[in-house]
Design a binder for this molecule. Sequence first.
Ligand code: ADP
Length: 471
Amino acid sequence: MNIVFVAAEVAPYSKAGGLADVAGSLPQALAPYVDSVQILTPLYGQIDRVKHGIRPTSIKGEITLGEEVIPYALHQSTDKDGLTQIGFISCDRFFQRDGIYTDSDGEGFTDNNLRYFYFQLVVLDLIATGKLQPDILHCNDHHTGLLPVMIKALQLNIKTIFTIHNFLYHGHFSQADLNLLPESIPPLFTMTQWDNYSALLEGIDHSDIVTTVSPGYALELLSGVNVDEHSLKRIRTIEGNFSGIVNGIDTEYWSPEHDNLIPFHFSMDDLEGKRHNKQELLVKSGLEPDLSAPLFGSISRLVENKGFPLIVELLDEFVERGAKFIFLGSGNLEIADQLRRARDKYPAHIAFEDGFNEPLAHLIEAGSDMFLMPSRFEPCGLNQLYSLRYGTIPIVHRTGGLGDTVERWAPDSGTGFIFEPYDIGALKTAMSSAVEIYQSKAEWTDLMLRAMAEDFSWDQSAKQYLRLYNH
Ligand code: ADP
């Protein structure tokens, strides 16, 4: 069984969010059980070719997009354990830029549709010319949603599986975009109610199997939570072929015992290092180094649906109650401004780093006491899983994967604080409970140990994917 995994971002090479973490770790977890797993992804300008041992291959080709003929070259590397091969598609015109999806001001590139049309046409070309011979093509999110359509239209003997990492992003494209595809691809596309097409829905319509990244999110989508009527109709037609598999995590890369991005290691047997990480985090962030104050961490794309509208309303009150906050994130300028203003108002209590910073993300996981993740919706969420592993207690809204992976605190049970409905009052109650339990060292330590004992390695989830592949 040869698997080809196609994704727009793959950690550690390129990363904007959770898709990259999954694309970087699930194939490795599958590798021992299948004949081969290859990953295909664009070679973005920001990827460090030397550091990752990425070399050019002799494979080259060209893609016709409308009137233009655009060349590509295949580069290659293997992951650090030599388990999976990663093919990088290079194309100066579309991928030789610093950002993955956006420019330095956070604005989406205006040619994103064309960039991912092109990427998918290259994958198809590699298949058509026999350079890739997948039995199963595993596509991810809207950037790869046209591949199942094209495989079906060309009647290739390849099975397709499509994983929805986030239903919010459809990759809408117009008839004019569609006209750029080669004529050999018959038009199997379905228009949405907005007179455009959705690459995400195309992937859903035409794949042999569709999954999403948690059972809770699968249920939400099928019940129409945050789904428009048109999409709901389309997703309901595949109900029998649709399931949720919770994401695993790379337990070596995110390990309090082995993480080489944190200064002090710790484990369930010896938690001392966590205190030192907290001290380091407080000092580094310019916060008052008071180890007894509860420290809330947050690492997130700055977008409304990650719950920032609720968080910012509670900062004054919790700072007055002695709590400290550290935010790391980039994205929406207004949210960044709000966090900056809060930091300027309480420089000893609130820190905010605007940007993408992998080492700081690890230190926040390792050094914070609690992790704030009050997302309005969350397909799976990874940071709450990393938090559990580092004994950093998640505070989450009960939605999607958050509800599936965090267990509500009760005396002697549970791993985090869960609130619903999605409003300021409910979040405040959850944060207050966390602060209250935090005052009891014994209770808090028990809670940390229960969190750290949770197992979110890929093992179980990879087996569920394997079952689907076998099917
Ligand atoms: P999403 O995919 O919606 O962004 P997830 O929780 O599934 O959310 O995954 C987000 C991933 O991106 C996590 O690995 C998180 O640590 C990382 N991340 C998000 N923002 C930043 C940032 N500013 N710096 C470093 N890592 C970040």
